[in-house]
Design a binder for this molecule. Sequence first.
Ligand SMILES: NC(=O)c1ccc[n+]([C@@H]2O[C@H](COP(=O)([O-])OP(=O)(O)OC[C@H]3O[C@@H](n4cnc5c(N)ncnc54)[C@H](O)[C@@H]3O)[C@@H](O)[C@H]2O)c1
Length: 308
Amino acid sequence: MGTLDGRVAIITGAGRGIGREHALLFAAEGAKVVVNDLGGDIGGQGTDLTPAQETVALIKEAGGEAVVNGDDVADWKGAQRLINQAVEEFSGLDVLVNNAGILRDRMLVNMTDEEFDAVIRVHLRGHFCPTRHAAAYWRAETKAGRQPNASIIGTSSEALFGNPGQTNYSAAKSGIATMMIVASRELSRYGVRANAITPRARTRLTLQTPGIGETLATELPEEQFDPWDPANISPWVAYLATADCALTGEVWMVFGDQVQRIKPWEMDPEALLSNKGARWEVASLAEQAKTLPRTQSNDPFAAIRDNM
Ligand SMILES: NC(=O)c1ccc[n+]([C@@H]2O[C@H](COP(=O)([O-])OP(=O)(O)OC[C@H]3O[C@@H](n4cnc5c(N)ncnc54)[C@H](O)[C@@H]3O)[C@@H](O)[C@H]2O)c1
């Protein structure tokens, strides 16, 4: 018995990297998998069905069930086809893993509007479109008296803490985290949970990152646990997808053997200006602002950058 026996899952961007590992594990745990991948380059240009076909071939060789989907996740009609394919080929949909992504890094002062739009499109729209069509399917199921037990997993990033050189990507990834929280609140009435992860793994995206790419490319002795192996991310995602998991509306950092909850935005009780009972004047705010405690840096990559 696998932990995902009989569950139907869509995994976007499953032709390579982290998504491929999700697809292989989900199928090994008994899920029927729709392997979506457009097959473009790191920046999202071009199309190639081969990566998705290879993932499906690997699943079938291991005795699992999977089909290829080559739609663009950020395309409204393509995302609808993706959801329909799961329902038509596997008679339903239980899990949506939004994972597809691209990078177009550049410092803010040099970033073009095309670079900004392309990354926002693939990540934010690419999460919204499949999630929206899946939500409509699950609502219809609920109305037809078949209560879903469904799970959505979004793929955010620690870039949500604010990565220099990634205005577009960081903005998209914090939007994804919040989108999944909204989805969890709106869709619970249809039996749907939603969470996000922020993975860290060796893939073509991180191998090209200045500073850490070289470290990641270094080969480890075979017997040593490799914390950067993208397959380390998939067990937590598979757990979030199981029918018995109760977690929802949360964001989880996953790296190597670590899984850690990321706290949501919260009001800081130590930094509150109040008790005036009337509108502030700028000059008195300027005085009061001097009394505020300094904020602590919440930047997991600061040390890496300092050494670059
Ligand atoms: N690798 C990391 O350390 C890391 C860290 C944080 C977040 N992430 C996120 O994890 C996810 C997977 O990234 P990865 O590192 O495995 O990269 P990857 O490039 O190996 O895989 C991403 C896949 O998404 C596909 N894709 C891109 N645009 C698509 C579209 N519009 N429609 C369908 N498929 C599309 C690509 O063809 C590719 O195969 C991404 O969302 C990425 O932002 C990765």
